[in-house]
Design a protein. Structure first.
Length: 316
C-alpha cells in the first residue's frame, strides 16, 4: 500500500493506493499556504493521519508516501523551492520532513509528471514504453515517461510542454511568453476565444448559459452549448482542436512517443474531437507515421494527483 498526497494552494487530498492503482480511504483537508512552513506541513500530516485513522491496517503494510506538490521543486532532493501557489514553502525539505514524521520513505514531484507515471503503471498508457502525458485544464501541464521513469532533464525542469509556443504573435501566457499552447487551449483560453466570437455574433446559447454576460463565459458554458447543438460553440472547439493538432505535431517531431495520453476537464470536453485532431496531426508533423500514434483519455480524472503521487513510490 502507498499513500498518495496531492497538495494544492487551498487543499490537501490524500488516498490509500494499492498495487493495482485502486484508490480507497480518500480524504481532503484545507491547506494553509500563507503561514509559516510548519503550518503548511501540518496540513499534510493531518491528511496522512486521516488515512491511517480510516485504514489502520495501512500502517503495517505501507510502502511509502508519494506527494504531488506545486513547483518549482527538486524531485531528486525532495525540496520544494518557491511555488507561487504555496508561498509558505521556500526551500522546504518536504520529502525529508515527511519521512521524519511517519518513518517511511517519501518522494515528491509535480502533478503532471506524477500523473503521467500513474497512467503508465496502472492506466491508459499501460504496456507502452515511451509516453507523452498532458493534463488540460485551467493550465496545461505535461510529463514524459520513458521505460516507466519520469524524464526530468538536467535540473528537474523538463517537460514544460504547456509552454511550447505555436504562435509567436499569439496572446501573452502567464509565463510571459507569447502563443504558448496554455494561452491558446486551456479552459480560460477557450472561454476567451468564445467571448471574442460572441463580440461579432451574439446569437449563441453560450451567452444564455452565462446569464447574458459575456464576461462570465467559461469553458464549461462552451461545452454545454456545443452539446446542445450550438454552432458558435462548435466553431470555438474546432479551432481549439486545430491548435492542439499543431502542438501535438510538434511534440511528435521531438519525441515520437508510443502513445499520447490526456487528462483534465478540457481533455474530457475535447475527447469528441480526438479523431479530428488525429486526422490533422500529419499536416503538422514531418513524421510520415505520425497518424499511427494513439491519442487517448487518461484513466484517472479528479484523482490523478493522488494516483500520481502514489506512482512515485511504485519503484521503491
Amino acid at each position: 500500500m502507498i499513500i498518495g498526497v496531492d497538495i494544492g494552494g487551498t487543499k490537501v487530498a490524500a488516498g490509500l493506493v494499492d498495487g493495482a492503482g485502486e484508490i480507497s480511504s480518500k480524504t481532503r483537508v484545507p491547506m494553509v499556504s500563507t503561514g509559516d512552513a510548519e503550518t503548511g506541513f501540518a496540513a499534510v500530516k493531518a491528511a496522512v493521519a486521516s488515512i491511517f485513522e480510516a485504514a489502520p491496517e495501512a500502517r503495517g503494510a505501507l510502502k511509502g508516501i508519494g506527494i504531488c506538490s506545486p513547483g518549482p521543486l527538486d524531485p531528486k532532493t525532495g525540496v520544494v523551492l518557491n511555488p507561487p501557489n504555496v508561498p509558505c514553502w521556500r526551500n522546504f525539505p518536504l520529502a525529508a520532513a515527511t519521512e521524519r514524521a511517519f518513518g517511511v520513505a517519501a518522494r515528491i514531484d509535480n502533478d503532471a509528471n506524477a500523473a503521467g507515471l500513474a497512467e503508465v503503471l496502472w492506466g491508459a498508457a499501460s504496456g507502452y514504453r515511451n509516453v507523452f502525458y498532458a493534463t488540460l485544464g485551467t493550465g496545461i501541464g505535461t510529463g514524459i515517461v520513458f521505460d516507466k521513469r519520469i524524464y526530468h532533464g538536467r535540473t528537474g525542469s523538463a517537460a514544460e510542454g504547456g509552454h511550447v509556443t505555436i504562435d509567436y504573435r499569439g496572446p501573452v501566457c502567464g509565463c510571459g511568453k507569447h502563443g504558448c499552447i496554455e494561452a491558446l487551449c486551456s479552459g480560460p483560453a477557450i472561454a476567451m476565444r468564445a467571448r471574442g466570437m460572441l463580440a461579432s455574433d451574439g446569437n449563441s446559447k453560450i451567452l444564455e448559459l452565462a446569464g447574458g454576460e459575456a464576461a462570465r463565459v467559461r469553458a464549461e458554458h462552451v461545452g454545454q452549448a456545443w452539446r446542445a447543438g450550438d454552432a458558435l460553440a462548435k466553431r470555438v472547439l474546432e479551432e481549439t482542436a486545430h491548435l492542439l493538432a499543431i502542438w501535438l505535431g510538434n511534440i511528435i517531431d521531438i519525441l515520437e512517443p508510443d502513445v499520447m495520453v490526456v487528462g483534465g476537464g478540457v481533455a474530457e470536453l475535447m475527447s469528441a474531437f480526438f479523431e479530428r485532431i488525429l486526422e490533422e496531426i500529419p499536416a503538422w508533423s514531418i513524421n510520415s507515421r505520425a497518424g499511427e500514434i494513439p491519442l487517448v483519455m487518461a484513466r484517472y480524472g479528479a484523482d490523478a494527483g493522488i494516483a500520481g503521487a502514489a506512482a512515485l513510490c511504485g519503484e521503491m
